[in-house]
Design a protein around this ligand. Structure first.
Ligand SMILES: *Cc1c(COP(=O)(O)O)cnc(C)c1O
Length: 387
């Protein structure tokens, strides 16, 4: 059997794979098992922040691997402490809990919100309002937080305590808050990634933040996909007018290795006490050393570059033949195509460009440092595939 056949026989059927076996890469170029070259416009779903086999990141990880690859959370270690310090100093958040994925970062966020409310108001005030069409992860609780009933089907009973409301609908949110008792938090992505790259409006976010402030409802911002420079700022909330009480992130933070982080603001900085939460691998020294090298390079110059490349893609594709519209910010973009997305993806692939999809859209999440000439080449291929 070849690798595709072995995979199909032995790996759980949870993924519908594209018919490509990726072998190796360099930056934003990747080669398959036959040596065919592709421009990578997905970066492993916004994970390979500086592309494939990035030398600075790989050197940081390797150096740490040669010193101490893991030490458990019973001891102090330098990369974990320095990464937490950098995350806090650049966001104004107070403390960081490290884990290994986006779902786990959201689990921590949900636990912290419930505990804060419990400590302050007693039992019964535990509901979390999330948005329809959202995505917060695949564990049972983050699936319950996810506002997509087709993903829930067959896995009931869900974790209780989640209520869904439509995104960008202030009236619906107001009605919900006035009719429901016991709301502890609002949880949301500023751009719904898996939901089709749908940004929240500034008006809706302002409204939600004002309601939250009025009623001591916590704001949990899920920056798993939007975070770490993806949208043209370190975190997407920095382009809106509020500060979250709790922020989760993952995907691009590790530059290609698994990490999740839950950042705790002033209200909740001491909510989780020793023994109340944990993760064996959380804060792993090698992963944190890599993340430090990634974050250190997400600076103003890179962010200006990310915004400029995003603007170029939007201006090239908006109004192009077969394109109904382009949504998103920075290098997190969704293309609404007249053709079926599967057809566009297949056409791009056969012309050497890997793109993603999300909820009926073609989705682009290239490495933050993708060279401009590769952006130009990829855009030409995508344009032709959409037409
Ligand atoms: C990918 C994603 C998650 C889940 O992250 P995992 O690392 O797959 O657990 C959660 N929230 C958002 C917004 C995501 O894009």
């Amino acid at each position: 059997m070849n690798i595709k056949e072995i995979d199909a026989q032995y790996v759980a059927n949870t993924y519908a794979r594209f018919p490509v076996q990726l072998q190796c890469g360099r930056g934003s170029l990747v080669w398959d098992e036959d040596g065919r070259e592709y421009i990578d416009m997905g970066s492993g779903i916004a994970v390979n922040a500086f592309g494939i086999a990035d030398e600075t990141w790989a050197a940081a990880v390797s150096a740490q691997l040669g010193k101490l690859q893991h030490c458990s959370n019973l001891y102090y270690s330098e990369p974990c402490a320095l990464l937490a310090e950098q995350l806090c100093s650049r966001t104004g958040m107070k403390k960081v809990f490290f884990c290994n994925s986006g779902a786990e970062a959201n689990e921590c966020a949900i636990k912290a919100a419930r505990k804060y409310s419990h400590d302050k108001y007693g039992p019964g005030r535990y509901k979390i309002v999330t948005l329809l069409n959202s995505f917060h992860g695949r564990t049972l609780t983050t699936l319950s937080a996810t506002g997509q009933s087709d993903l829930h089907a067959g896995f009931e009973p869900l974790t209780p305590g989640f209520i869904y409301t439509p995104a960008n609908d202030c009236e619906a949110l107001k009605a919900l808050v006035e009719s429901e008792d016991g709301i502890a938090a609002f949880m949301f992505e500023l751009i719904q990634g898996e939901g089709g790259v749908q940004p929240l409006t500034r008006e809706f976010v302002d409204y939600m933040a004002a309601l939250a402030a009025e009623r001591d409802i916590l704001l949990i911002c899920d920056e798993v996909q939007t975070g770490n420079g993806r949208t043209g700022s370190l975190y997407a909330w920095m382009q809106y007018g509020f500060t979250p009480d709790i922020m989760s992130t993952a995907k691009g933070l590790g530059g290609g290795l698994p990490i999740g982080a839950c950042l705790l603001g002033e209200k909740v900085e001491n909510t989780l006490s020793a023994g109340s939460h944990g993760s064996t691998f959380g804060g792993n020294p090698a992963v944190c050393a890599g993340a430090l090298s990634i974050l250190g390079r997400v600076d103003d110059a890179l962010m200006a570059d990310v915004r400029a490349k995003g603007n170029y893609i939007v201006s090239e594709l908006s109004g192009a033949s077969g394109v109904r519209g382009v949504t998103g910010m920075g290098l997190m973009l969704g293309i609404d195509t007249e053709k079926e997305t599967a057809e566009v993806v297949a056409e791009c692939m056969s012309n050497g460009v890997l793109v993603l999809t999300a909820h009926g859209k073609v989705r682009l999440l290239p490495a933050l440092n993708i060279p401009m000439e590769l952006v130009e080449k990829a855009v030409a291929v995508i344009k032709a595939a959409c037409a």
